[in-house]
Unconditional design. Structure first.
Length: 173
């Protein structure tokens, strides 16, 4: 684990290299929403993520990682993820404190910064229909591609075994 807090993209890449995790990174202009990142999808195969940092009323924190196009019914996920109440988005101060990233840069790699294990990682199962997963490497000016298996290995290494469960709903016409 890097000594820096928050970890930088270079710290992340060094850890991925140390774990012998193959990764490829594309640099691009800053993107803050899934909609803004549409042009990146054509350049990188695999699942593209959206990430939701949420909390319940008991201050339990969750990082939900889903396919970019997934619809997550926020008013119904709490019993599925083990929250004590309905969840709401956590504020940017807690985001920086626990995951070391700014809004717009939330990522499945952010648990590298959660050394106190305050955040539970939840992966929406349909994301793992893809062999390759694309995530921001702690900044929204790059996108890094790794395999599904290597994402799980990375999360285990940083002490965040994820819960993999279907949260998303299918939108019909």
């Amino acid at each position: 684990m890097p000594g820096n807090f928050p970890a930088t993209p270079d710290d992340l890449f060094a850890l991925l290299d140390e774990l012998a995790i193959v990764h490829k990174t594309l640099q691009h202009e800053a993107v803050f929403t899934v909609e803004e990142s549409g042009h990146i999808k054509g350049q990188l195969p695999g699942g593209h993520t959206k990430n939701l940092f949420v909390k319940d009323k008991k201050d339990n924190y969750f990082l939900i990682v889903a396919e970019g196009s997934a619809r997550i019914p926020m008013n119904h996920v709490h019993p599925l993820i083990g929250a004590q109440s309905r969840v709401s988005f956590a504020n940017s101060e807690r985001l920086m404190e626990f995951l070391g990233v700014e809004p717009g840069s939330v990522t499945a790699f952010a648990p590298i910064n959660d050394r106190q294990n305050k955040v539970r990682v939840i992966i929406d199962e349909p994301l793992f229909e893809h062999d390759l997963i694309n995530c921001h490497p702690l900044t929204n000016t790059m996108t890094t591609t790794i395999s599904r298996a290597d994402l799980l290995r990375f999360l285990a290494h940083v002490g965040h075994e994820p819960t993999i469960i279907r949260l998303s709903t299918t939108e019909t016409g």
